[in-house]
Design a protein around this ligand. Structure first.
Ligand code: SAH
Length: 259
């Protein structure tokens, strides 16, 4: 059964004279006739998200499209009721089945890296993207504002269904959720301008590089021999694959098969 998501924040301040409680998510409280709304009453999710975006900007995220996409997607819709108050903190949160929603700064960081693909410069936009690890669907929603089409794969049926429920009300026509082992990629949608993985293993599946377009970019966590996970960027050029190792990251493991 689909769970109803609470509004944000969960506990609204009690109305005092001249104020009404916010009628719902993202809706500014209407002033009672003739009574101005006192400053500070508009603490709805848009305001909290704006602060999150300002923080992302101060952390070095510069692409305006990415900041706009992060401002659009209501992250609190993707987490469980009890975690709604933490939805706009820069932290990963449990989403069930031992998995986590990535923290906003890493979602924004990976999105910005995808926009750096040669294919984006050549065509003026991000075409088809393959995401491995749908989880709760948050990153897929962010990517939907940046890419022409988003194919997102999840190996856990429970999370695939959860993402479907979370995304349904957003009516993002360019997001395609797929249940299956992302290690095999999704050949039917290939070639991809970008592939992004939210789960990391010790090897990069060949299927990902095969399904990447020339000019395309892959961004994925990768476990080095010393066990440290790092963010890896692979650019597919006419001359072959070019790898760049970036900062240390902490993603859930990439697993094979479905469950
Ligand atoms: N992008 C997600 C993050 C989810 S965490 C979000 O915004 O919430 C990473 C997800 O990768 C987990 O749900 C995990 O089940 C999934 N995963 C791990 N290995 C996978 C594989 N081989 N194919 C598809 N999904 C995989």
């Amino acid at each position: 059964m689909q769970q109803r998501r609470p509004g944000f924040p969960v506990r609204m301040p009690l109305p005092t004279s001249g104020q009404r409680p916010s009628p719902g998510l993202g809706v500014k409280p209407a002033p009672l006739s003739g009574v101005p709304v006192p400053a500070g009453l508009g603490l709805d999710s848009a305001a909290v998200r704006t602060r999150m975006v300002q923080r992302l900007s101060s952390m070095g995220i510069a692409a305006p499209q990415v900041l706009q996409a992060m401002a659009k997607v209501e992250r609190h819709r993707f987490v469980d009721t009890g975690l709604v108050n933490q939805a706009y903190e820069d932290t990963s949160l449990p989403i069930g089945l031992g998995q986590t929603i990535s923290k906003p700064s890493i979602v924004a960081r990976m999105a910005e890296l995808l926009l750096g693909a040669e294919a984006v410069r050549a065509t003026g936009g991000l075409g088809r993207v393959l995401e491995i690890g749908t989880g709760c669907g948050y990153q897929a929603a962010v990517l939907s504002h940046l890419a022409r089409e988003v194919y997102s794969m999840e190996r856990l049926r429970g999370l695939h269904d959860k993402a479907r429920d979370n995304l349904r009300p957003l009516r993002l026509a360019n997001v395609h959720l797929l249940f299956g082992d992302g290690m095999a990629g999704f050949p039917k949608g290939a070639p991809y301008a970008a592939i992004v993985s939210a789960a990391g293993g010790a090897t990069l599946p060949d299927a990902w590089c095969d399904q990447l377009a020339v000019g395309g970019r892959l961004v994925a966590p990768f476990a080095r021999e010393d066990g440290q996970q790092v963010l890896l960027v692979v650019d597919k050029t006419v001359h072959g694959l070019k790898q760049t190792v970036l900062e240390t990251v902490h993603f859930v493991p990439l697993k094979s098969g479905v469950a």
